[in-house]
Write a protein that binds this ligand. Structure first.
Ligand code: GTP
Ligand code: MG
Length: 180
């Protein structure tokens, strides 16, 4: 299909330190995974072009720091966002419990026109660990949270094994486009 329209979409990735935000982005954009943890400082973006129906979409994906002491740049980066990707680690309860906080802070700081309809996506990452045996947050619980927040799409991912990473970002693009 020929490309008729172009869109630039600004996507912000948020979540606790260590949940795998940088890894998910690296897997999606560069098809690479690094076992070694290196904390993100401040925020930076990468871009990826994908075609969605007759549209050429440039995803501008902003990776942010989960560690509080590196978060100071936050606010300015949220402005003009088209979609917010929230990430938690299915093996770490605290990273799930802080989702409310990330969600509400984002809406407060991004100053979006309609908080009720703003596109979020939730990713439960690291489903590969221990073959799923060390999971502490059930799929049911995650889906309930998504329902309570206005039917946020939910994916279980592994940046390491490349599970659902493409699918999740295609959903990001489609959801953001639908809200344009
Ligand atoms: P901050 O930059 O501090 O906010 O952390 P982050 O959310 O960017 O986490 P990062 O991507 O740096 O990953 C943290 C650690 O978890 C690294 O050692 C990664 O290799 C590892 N990791 C990330 N995703 C996965 C995954 O899907 N499975 C497994 N087994 N390990 C992962
Ligand atoms: Mg990072």
């Amino acid at each position: 299909m020929s490309v008729r329209k172009r869109s630039l979409l600004k996507v912000i990735v948020l979540g606790d330190s260590g949940v795998g935000k940088t890894s998910l982005m690296n897997q999606y954009v560069h098809k690479k995974f690094n076992q070694q943890y290196k904390a993100t400082i401040g925020a930076d973006f990468v871009t990826k072009e994908i075609q969605i129906e007759d549209r050429l979409v440039t995803l501008q994906i902003w990776d942010t720091a989960g560690q509080e002491r590196f978060q100071s740049l936050g606010v300015a980066f949220y402005r003009g966002a088209d979609c917010c990707v929230l990430v938690y680690d299915v093996n770490v309860l605290k990273s799930f419990d802080t989702l409310d906080n990330w969600h509400d802070e984002f809406l407060k700081q991004a100053n979006v026109s309609d908080p009720q309809t703003f596109p979020f996506i939730l990713l439960g990452n690291k489903v590969d660990i221990d073959g799923g045996n060390s999971r502490v947050v059930s799929q049911k619980k995650a889906k309930e949270w998504c329902a309570s927040r206005g039917n946020i799409p939910y994916f279980e991912t592994s940046a390491k094994e490349d599970i659902n990473v493409d699918t999740a970002f295609i959903c990001v693009a489609k959801t953001a486009l639908a809200n344009e």
